[in-house]
Design a protein around this ligand. Sequence first.
Ligand code: PRP
Ligand code: ZN
Length: 284
Amino acid sequence: MPLRIAVQKSGRLSESSLSLLKDCGIRIQRGKNALIAPATNFDLEVLYLRDDDIPQYVADGTADCGMLGENVVAEHEVKVVSDRKLGFAGCRLSLAVPRYVDYPGVAYFQGKKIATSYPVILNEFLRKQGVSAEIHEISGSVEIAPNIGLADGICDIVSTGSTLFSNGLKEVERVMRSEAVLISRPGLPAEKRTVLDKLLFRMDAVQRASDAKYIVMNVPNAKIDAVRSILPGIKSPTVFPLAEEGWSAIHSVVEEAHFWDIIDEVRAAGAEGIVVMPIQKMVK
Ligand code: PRP
Ligand code: ZN
């Protein structure tokens, strides 16, 4: 039996989930609107589900693992193992109120009605804040609730903020941060665990590469030590002599987050002709 992975059928995570599998070198053969599709070159099949259904499917073993938002995992109190944060679909679950409200703090919600698809997480948050409010669970289009008089505020996922904006709402409290994660069911049989570990290994390589850049630069030999001390590298940077006497080329890998700082520093230390290249995969 292939490892069965659940992904969101359509929505914020679908495209990134499928392109992560693709970047891991996995080819999926999906018939038109098929709910399940086999990989042609990996012991895996993909099950397309509503994201809210994924925790239950994984917990009861219908799927072996799944990719979904941490917010959905937290809302469905089921027993699953969180194997990996996936670094995409970053968002927050927030409380929002109509823009005209002069918001005094979380006490504003005392005795108010809040519409949400996340009653479990919201309940816990309000309890910790010592606020008691009336929670209205609705499954979709939460953002219109205040406008139709159904609620005083909402608790929903905010990513770019454009849904809130176009509904005349503003974000006032951050309840949780979330990103995509890979979950699996506890007690996965050994042969499936092996396939999942192989998949996680590939995902690591893809993720590391997306955080890193390969840089090459020319450095006068007298400045090599100064430049080397700036570069973190995987181990140490590679240094090649150039045809031109007294010069070398240094190759290194730098993290995207520190990229511009490092470029500024190596230039100041004497590096020239700096070339930056994307990295496709980085295997440990
Ligand atoms: C969330 C939320 C909003 C939208 C916010 O839905 O319900 O509709 O994303 O994004 P924005 O801040 O970029 O406008 P989600 O994608 O989680 O869909 P779902 O509720 O159908 O799972
Ligand atoms: Zn959903």
